[in-house]
Design a protein around this ligand. Structure first.
Ligand code: HAM
Length: 418
């Protein structure tokens, strides 16, 4: 019997996996330049963390969590997102007692039991960034700018930034009640009617045309913001303008997680069809308190790596990935193989990416390996070379070949590769 990965689990296999890694690396560089430190948090958490943090009425918590009981009888859940766990870790390790905002990022697999299709998986991958402890519109815009710059650095040109404000604990309850009143008067199915009572904002987000048609004239949060939220949102827009980041006001954007307050945004890609949300985030000023911490406002985002990979393909962007191997050893005969083995190890120790032909391959097979490796140079070592303490250095782009003393190989290569 043979095995396959569980349904809906996205995996990356070479050579595609190298593109995947390259785009993550680029993100690490971009966020590093903006002062965000890396943090690694638990892959599974106390189920209650998500119930309280993300919200019991959300689809993510009520329908999509991978929850299990461990051997000690505890209810644990594979993280369906990063933010609740990151805030939990910030509180647990007391990072919020130092300089604010705490600026951190993380990445890895997240798990949601959704119906799998292209761009929607059960194990998928996010890049996550959070700035915790400041209520300053400049921080909101900084996070957006980091994501925007990353998309641009990948060569994506069709990403759209959709922006809304979801209000605060002052103005949102008033809006929520007005919206409920409006929605109760519509002709909706039972499940949607139930949703009006638990999570009315999500009804606005319902993609079905018969629902969309009816909510067209629904009251909008933007018309119900308190003075504080309104000026905060205006400032966010001004600062986006200062950075020349274009956005589209999206008055119905609500996001699928309960912790959001004020700024909410999504990155959308028009070539992705139904799964067009390639990233999203926003402010979550009440999350820390919801999970038992002090008042600690925060903002952040999660970017979907899988959808970003699809967006790159749809836009026809080919990222240049540095070759895994710079130099490839081609030993001819057993003695040469042994000498090449330590030569390759020595080159690696000198910082050169090196590989070699294994398994006693002949010249032809080994040279094929050199070509496939993507290496710029082959080092060919025969019996005669061994006696002369030298090696043939072949430039695989020009086919030019020179003899180099074994003792000088690393230095010569370093010169040629720099
Ligand atoms: P989210 O919008 O639920 O936000 O997810 C962020 C991104 O993850 C989405 O925009 C999408 O690209 C990707 N994504 C979501 N579900 C799937 C799936 N089933 N398959 C593939 N990709 C998916 C959050 O998770 C928040 N924690 C973001 C955040 C951080 N807000 C504040 N800080």
């Amino acid at each position: 019997m043979s095995f396959q990965a569980p349904k809906g689990v996205k995996e990356y296999i070479p050579p595609q996996a190298e593109v995947y890694q390259a785009i993550r690396r680029r993100f690490a560089e971009a966020v590093g330049r903006a002062g965000y430190g890396y943090l690694e948090t638990a892959v599974f958490e106390d189920t209650q963390l998500f119930a309280r943090g993300v919200g019991e009425s959300t689809d993510v918590v009520s329908k999509e969590m991978y929850t299990f009981t461990d051997r000690g009888g505890r209810s644990l859940t594979l993280r369906p997102e990063f933010t609740a766990g990151v805030v939990r870790a910030v509180l647990e390790y007391g990072l919020h007692r130092g300089q604010l905002p705490v600026k951190v990022w993380t990445e890895g697999p997240v798990f949601r039991a959704e119906a799998p299709q292209e761009g929607r998986y059960r194990q998928f991958y996010q890049l996550d960034l959070e700035a915790i402890g400041s209520e300053d519109p400049a921080v909101d815009v900084e996070t957006i700018a980091v994501a925007w710059g990353w998309y641009a650095s990948l060569g994506l040109t069709r990403v759209r930034l959709l922006l809304n404000s979801l209000g605060c604990r002052e103005c949102r309850p008033i809006y929520r009640a007005r919206l409920q009143e409006f929605l109760r008067g519509l002709d909706l199915d039972e499940a949607t009617r139930a949703r009006i009572e638990i999570n009315p904002l999500r009804v606005l987000d319902d993609k079905r045309p018969e629902v969309q048609r009816q909510v067209e004239n629904a009251p909008l949060i933007g018309d119900h913001l308190c003075a504080g939220c309104k000026s905060y949102h205006d400032r966010v827009r001004e600062l986006l303008g200062d950075l020349s980041i274009p956005w589209e006001d999206s008055p119905r954007l609500v996001r699928g997680l309960d912790y959001y307050t004020r700024t909410a945004f999504e990155f959308d890609h028009p070539l992705l069809g139904a799964q067009s949300g390639i990233g999203g985030g926003g402010r979550y000023d009440g999350l820390s308190e919801a999970i038992g911490g002090p008042a600690l406002p925060g903002i952040g985002f999660g970017l979907g790596l899988d959808r970003t990979m699809i967006a790159l393909a749809r836009e026809g962007v080919e990222l240049t990935v540095p070759p895994r191997c710079q130099v490839y050893g081609v030993p001819l005969g057993e003695d040469a193989a042994r000498r090449m083995f330590s030569l390759v190890a020595g080159l690696r120790a000198e910082g050169i990416a090196a590989d070699m032909a294994y398994g006693g391959k002949g010249l032809k097979g080994a040279m094929k390996g050199a070509d496939r490796s993507g290496a710029r140079f082959a080092l060919i070592l025969g019996e005669r070379d061994l006696q002369a303490h030298a090696v043939q250095l072949k430039d695989l782009t020009t086919a030019e070949q020179t003899e180099v003393p074994l003792a000088q190989v690393a230095d010569v290569l370093k010169g040629k590769l720099s």
